[in-house]
Design a protein. Sequence first.
Length: 217
Amino acid sequence: MSAVLTLLRIKNLALVEQLEWQVQPGFIAITGETGAGKSIIIGALQLLLGERADKSLIRTGADLCTVEAVFSGNDLQRLNPQLVEAGIEPCENDLILKRTLSSTGTNRQFINGSPTTLSILKNLGDELVDLHGPHDHQSLLSPETQLRLLDSFARAEQQLEEYRTHYRPRSTLRTPRANRNWIYFDTKSPKSSRRNSSRAKKTKSRSVTNWRATAND
């Protein structure tokens, strides 16, 4: 079963003091008149997907805002390699995301109870939910998603994993920089300084020429 949202908890976000929403099987849409709170639910999901936030989102009079969600489904196990690499407990059937914002400016995020960084939360969120709107990201426009779809269509997952196995250690190598011997002059005499500055420019120009010639060889 694909990963689906089964529970959403909101506390002190915007106008919402406390909300617990258990999503039932077969749910497909949220409807309501303007001002009913639909955008707050979307905003809570955006926070859990790693969107940046500030303390202005905290409900007036509160010191801490908390948003928590539970995703369920067997498809979550495909995220386990990414979680293990980040030092986070892997999923079985549930994935728990939590984020807190404080009035002091301290923001914290958790995945399966383990503290994590905002970038890891965002990368994981891109695999869970796709928000489509006038100003929201769309995964089909992401080059990473396009490559993943192409590899899936070509059934090249095994070749891709083999490529990554060889690429990771290779990417850690660093090409040593070419030795560049610059000559600088520092004198107190203005006249000598101008003369030496001109000599330094010529020396530097010759050094660059010699370096290029060596690189071409």
